[in-house]
Design a binder for this molecule. Structure first.
Ligand code: DUC
Ligand code: ZN
Ligand code: ZN
Length: 467
């Protein structure tokens, strides 16, 4: 099966050039000028950009959390991703108490089974750090898992102490696994939560007071220091503010093996959105919390100057008005106390258009930097490069045909995510995917899903690199 994409402009993390792209057996086989098209399906991409499909390194599909479960399963979440130009994601398999790490992965594989639309992998989150679990870490590479998550927050649920973090880092270092942290000080959050609730401070805005920026900075510094001492590769997820990102800059200046991710919402949702009167602020409860417009500017600059290297979504969807009409319970769970709001913001569909419009069109980042932070760097950090994350001979033909002039207004009324609100509601963007191709097969074409459930494939990952 041959396909040729003609007349487009190829954009990678380093180059922009006009070329035809030939695809054979799901892989890019030739890139060049005026390639012959005999025997091939021809896609005319005149006026279009051809970019590596987006890679979202941080999602939570079908995840039990906060007394409910995220509303997007692997079918709805991955379908939405494909409509937004994302061709691959890495989801978090959470080890349950008493489980082995492998059983955690198997549990998530079952959730994905028969529902997939795009390619995917799993990080494992170690939440029950027994000696057996710690000793199991090196064997994760045998099942294609090259990243391990440790929570420094969510005391009493996912959090592990510094002894476990340190030991996990040693094992990850020896097995060449990327150690990822959710860096906030979980002890401080637990105490602040107790005090705020006891004082009757129950509105959604108090979520912010329980998650001060300083403790994200402190936990990030701690993880970076332990990475420096152990030599483990460290990837800090969802960095939200200047306090933590400044620590990342310092660690990278010192030559430590550390890198940082941010998420789209931290550039567009702010504390003031959470402190509105009434309950609306619950929509933006996530951990770490949304911060300030000044932090957003700091994030843009850190993405530009390479202190931060990836933009993910932390896609974690809960309905604003859940628990009715057969819908899973959602944000309404916290109506009598912010501490019961399930944390999370949806966005798997919107990351690419939102970042393109606000980053590239505004001149904040170059087109090549856009590709780097939405695809290539995640592929490298997660051990998928060059199979994924670039357009090159021999790579999977995961290509998004992008119309730089197509305009779209983002809305929950038209999005494909299974959730009743959208963080970017009403945002008018210019630049949209018009065709999403995975392994040479068109998955979405001009607003139409073209593959059946089960199309997406598990990606075996290895040899992650710090970018
Ligand atoms: N943060 C969220 O907002 N949701 C899921 C988990 C997390 O760390
Ligand atoms: Zn997290
Ligand atoms: Zn997360």
């Amino acid at each position: 099966m041959k396909t040729i994409i003609k007349n487009g402009t190829v954009v990678t993390a380093s180059d922009t050039f006009k070329a035809d792209v030939l695809i054979e057996d799901g892989k890019v086989s030739l890139i060049g000028q005026n390639l012959p098209s005999e025997g091939a399906e021809v896609i005319d991409a005149a006026g279009m950009l051809l970019m590596p499909g987006g890679i979202d390194p941080h999602t939570h599909l079908d995840m039990p959390f906060g007394g409910t479960t995220t509303t997007d399963d692997f079918y709805t979440g991955q379908t939405a991703a494909a409509f937004g130009g994302t061709t691959c994601h890495v989801d978090f398999a959470l080890q349950q108490k008493g489980q082995t790490l492998k059983q955690g992965v198997e549990m998530w594989q079952e959730k994905a089974e028969g529902k997939t639309i795009i390619d995917y992998g799993f990080h494992v989150a170690i939440t029950d750090p027994t000696e057996a679990s710690i000793n199991e870490i090196p064997s994760l590479v045998d099942i294609g898992v090259s990243s391990l998550k440790v929570f420094q927050a969510y005391k009493g649920a996912f959090m592990v102490d510094d002894t476990a973090l340190y030991k996990a880092m040693e094992k990850a270092r020896d097995a060449d696994i990327m150690l990822m942290t959710h860096s906030e000080n979980g002890d401080a959050i637990a105490l602040l939560t107790e005090q705020l609730v006891a004082a009757g401070k129950l509105d959604p805005g108090y979520h912010l007071d329980a998650h001060p920026r300083e403790i994200e900075g402190e936990a990030s510094a701690r993880a970076i220091a332990l990475s420096a001492v152990t030599g483990a590769k460290l990837y800090i997820v969802h960095m939200s503010c200047s306090d933590s990102i400044a620590q990342m800059a310092l660690g990278r200046d010192r030559g430590y093996n550390v890198m940082g991710e941010t998420c789209t919402q931290y550039m567009f949702k702010f504390e003031e959105d959470m402190r509105v009167p009434g309950y609306e602020g619950a929509k933006w409860a996530c951990g770490p919390p949304v911060r300030t417009p000044e932090d957003a500017e700091f994030i843009w600059e850190s993405l530009r100057n390479t202190t931060l290297q990836t933009v993910a979504t932390d896609h974690c969807s809960f309905n604003y008005e859940g628990g009715v009409d057969g819908k899973l319970p959602g944000k309404e769970l916290g109506k009598d106390g912010w501490h019961k709001i399930p944390n999370g913001i949806p966005g798997i569909e919107d990351r690419m258009p939102v970042m393109y419009h606000n980053g590239v069109n505004s001149g904040k980042i170059s087109l090549n930097r856009f590709v780097a932070i939405t695809s290539t760097n995640a592929a490298k950090a997660m051990g998928m490069y060059p199979q994924k994350g670039t357009i090159a001979i021999g790579s999977d033909a995961d290509i998004v045909v992008w119309d730089p002039n197509k305009e779209h207004t983002i809305s929950a009324k038209t999005h494909h995510m299974n959730v009743d609100y959208n963080a970017y509601e009403g945002m008018q963007v210019k630049g949209m995917p018009v065709r999403t191709i995975i392994r040479g097969t068109t998955v979405v074409d001009n607003g139409k899903l073209c593959v059946e459930k089960g199309f997406g494939k598990y990606v075996n990952r290895k040899n992650p690199v710090i970018v």
